[in-house]
Design a binder for this molecule. Sequence first.
Ligand SMILES: *Cc1c(COP(=O)(O)O)cnc(C)c1O
Length: 429
Amino acid sequence: MGTSVLSDGHVTDLFQYHDGILHCEGVSAERLVAEYGTPLYVYSENAILERYRAFAGAFAALDPLIAYSVKANGNLAVLRLLAQAGAGADIVSGGELHRTRLAGIPSERTVFSGVGKTITELAAALAANIYAFNVESAGELRMLSELAVTMKTRAPIALRVNPDVETLTPHHYTATGHKQTKFGIPYEDAERLYHEAAQLPGIIVRGVDVHIGSQILDVEPYRLSVTRILELVERLRKSGIDLEFIDVGGGFGISYDGESGPAPSDFAAAIVPLLEHTGMRTIFEPGRYIVGPAGILLTRVLFMKHMGGKTFVITDAGMNDLLRPSHYSSYHRVEPAVRTPGRETVPVDVVGPICESGDFLALDRPIPRVEPGELLAIGATGAYGFSMASTYNARPRPAEVIVAGDAHKLARSRETYDDLVRGEAELLE
Ligand SMILES: *Cc1c(COP(=O)(O)O)cnc(C)c1O
């Protein structure tokens, strides 16, 4: 039995060392990079499925719609897998709608969130007949109603209500449930706006939506926000507006440091009792929980450098491939993909090739000494890894592969230089 790289203890750890070599399911990291190169995102199909089932199982008493948050990882192979497992989708753009349709996620299992939907995106989603628009402003509500009228249809909506709950997320960029954010409708305005919505000719009032942030490790903010939302539901019911569903949002945190994090059953214990007897359909929008620990990023060490008393490990993956460390100061585990006995552990900065001082994957991190040419695995990068990747510094985005047992296949080809100049090169005189 190998040692775990990513386990949070909820599901089988499918990234393990066998004889000192890191494997994803039955395939070694060395095998994968020999075939697909580096940097390389590697996803475990069975980890994704186990995590999806663990989440669905914890909330089974509610028979919820699990609308997977596409922005966490929108790879078509991942979406297809989740579609086949029964998931729906939470989308935040017309591009994500396009992805879900290609992957075969049914529109009746799709909800559309986001503060800045354009009329083109709203029209595409209306034409696709999605289950609900999670509306985030009065302006969006009125625009959607007018659009639906011109399209001779009605738009099913939920208002995304901001419950004004403080959430402790690791970075303030990922907290969305308190008053001073751009997200949602202020709690005290929601009732009035529901009554306006009910009068609008192009709108069907269908539910209520809340999403309080991301990477939340505490159940209490969920309990509080669901409680506040159910109070609103009750007031609306008394004034003649009956809602069909409550969408609790996403944000369920994972363990990045390999220690045990809260399990879906912990979140379920806090909120299922509140929701069980409401008679409403429940929707969840998990992203990170499903895919985060189901992926790693493999990168090759290019050079070592000693400067100012520090040791720098320079890798072929940078902030354009994995933005989270520099954008959110996020912690990801860094492990050699091949363990060599007798190597001392030294604190290093693991940095990329990008011309920015903020280009790092880990700072002051004790890892076993590595040599140029060796492989490092960056843990729990299945969520907000590739999906936040860019081509900054004219670097083609990495390949993505998906592993199931002993089988592996490309889920996205490595970009080429031609991909980089598409839309430009053909315009040169
Ligand atoms: C990002 C997002 C999610 C998913 O968040 P996770 O932390 O990945 O679970 C769900 N709903 C909305 C509205 C979001 O913006």
